[in-house]
Design a protein around this ligand. Structure first.
Ligand SMILES: Cc1ncc(COP(=O)(O)O)c(C=O)c1O
Length: 425
């Protein structure tokens, strides 16, 4: 009988490079495969770099420089902390798997620019496959979710807030477009009632649930020729006008300069959130920290208090960021309680907002809580599976974060790439 531990021993280069032979063999395999492909691609093209060229002084000097510089780089890289070592626990940089390192190397040989389906047809397809696997891991249906690989957690979070902002302001753009084109459009409010979009004040327009915004968006395209609607929406969108002009315009059109919209984050949130609100032009003054409880989880009562205070001064909430695996404490917010508070705010205050779970660090824990079929394991099943270990830590390689977030609205939003494209521009 084999144990999962046996397979695990083949996954990493190893603290003493125990799997060096395997690693070298696979790197060589990838390189040779690529070399043969080149040689067999139009062999009639002939030779560009001839053997005699390689004996020229200029060539030899260039190779000497290259080799010397590599030696220098290898020496310099060793003046670092040993991230590979199990002795080192200072930062979130651990061993990468051989699979990811070989995959990285091989893909780089074929196409290092994974930019769009036209320029990178193979790697973008693979990227979509990974995004589907990740979506499935966090509990979405693979065919209904959309995600993509980002350079890291900061960018994944940045995109989520960027999308949240575009969704928040979309009803304002649709109301403007409906007025310009003379259209009547009904929209659902957080308390479940419906109203004509032209009758809503600014505060109501900025408090429509994501799924209702998306319904509105889909219906609006059916109300007018596509080009007319696209032009009218662009004329009234924040993305076109920019914050300063938009604020001025809204104050003039609605006679009502609402306070700036706020981003609520758990007090334990990663420092990248401050960078993100600054970069998006939201401003760090609008980043509001919610206290945490004794287990470092967002305190849902404190969240409610913040919402009541914001409601009293009519400040819209752009998003609430809950953390699944805090960077310092590994605490997992009670997302269910955050969602309960949002539902209550919808009913009692007529307020709603985007909920984003920053699972950059803790997202992979979902691979423990779900079985291969995607069905959630019970607490007992997880304990049974973990019973033989002495300690457990689950972490994500931060360089392969995915911009998906477990909010029902966004899961629908990212249903197809065209839709995402509209919101992410
Ligand atoms: C919870 C959380 N969010 C976001 C980030 C930012 O990720 P990155 O450093 O890859 O940009 C981190 C990184 O530690 C994190 O722990």
């Amino acid at each position: 009988m084999h144990s999962p531990h046996d397979a695990l021993l083949s996954w990493f280069l190893g603290p003493q490079a125990e799997n060096a032979d395997l690693f070298e063999q696979l790197i060589t395999e990838a390189l040779r495969d690529h070399v043969f492909w080149r040689r067999n691609y139009h062999p009639e093209d002939g030779i560009t770099i001839r053997e005699l060229d390689k004996r020229s002084v200029g060539y030899e000097e260039a190779v000497a420089t290259l080799t010397q510089e590599l030696m220098g780089l290898l020496a310099a890289l060793k003046r670092d902390v040993p991230f590979f070592s199990g002795r080192y626990k200072g930062h979130m940089a651990y061993q990468q798997t051989i699979a990811s390192q070989i995959g990285y190397f091989a893909a780089m040989l074929y196409n290092p620019n994974n930019v769009s389906p036209e320029a990178a047809p193979v790697t973008t397809r693979l990227e979509q496959e990974v995004a589907q696997q990740m979506a499935e891991m966090v509990g979405y249906h693979r065919d209904e979710a959309w995600g993509h690989l980002t350079s890291g957690g900061t960018v994944a979070n940045f995109e989520a807030l960027w999308i949240a902002r575009n969704v928040l302001y979309l009803p304002v753009a649709v109301a403007g477009a409906a007025q310009s084109l003379g259209l009547d459009l009904e929209v659902r409010l957080p308390d479940g009632s419906s109203a004509d979009i032209g009758q809503l004040d600014l505060s109501q327009l900025l408090n429509i649930a994501n799924r209702d915004v998306l319904d509105l968006w889909e219906r609006s395209w059916q109300m007018a020729p596509r080009e007319d609607m696209a032009r009218a929406l662009a004329q009234h969108s924040l993305a076109t006008a920019g914050y300063q002009d938009y604020g001025r315009r809204l104050a003039a059109e609605y006679g009502d300069a609402l306070p700036d919209s706020v981003v609520l984050v758990a007090a334990t949130a990663h420092y990248s959130w401050e960078k993100i609100v600054r970069a998006l032009g939201i401003g760090s003054n609008q980043l509001m920290y919610v206290p945490v409880d004794g287990n470092y989880r967002m305190d849902s009562e404190a969240l409610w208090d913040r919402l009541e205070a914001l409601h009293a001064r009519r400040a819209p909430v752009l998003a609430c960021i809950s953390v699944c695996g805090t960077t310092e404490e590994s605490a997992v917010d009670r997302l269910d309680r955050v969602l309960e508070v949002r539902a209550r705010a919808g009913q009692e205050l007529g307020m709603t907002f985007h909920v984003h779970s920053d699972a950059c660090y803790g997202g992979y824990a979902a691979s423990v809580t779900r079985g291969p079929s995607g069905v959630r394991r019970t607490g007992q099943e997880i304990r049974d599976a973990l019973v033989d270990c002495n300690s457990v830590s689950v972490s994500m390689d931060a360089s392969f974060d995915v911009a998906v977030c477990p909010d029902e609205g966004v899961a629908r939003l990212v249903v197809d790439a065209d839709v995402l494209h509209e919101f992410a521009t």
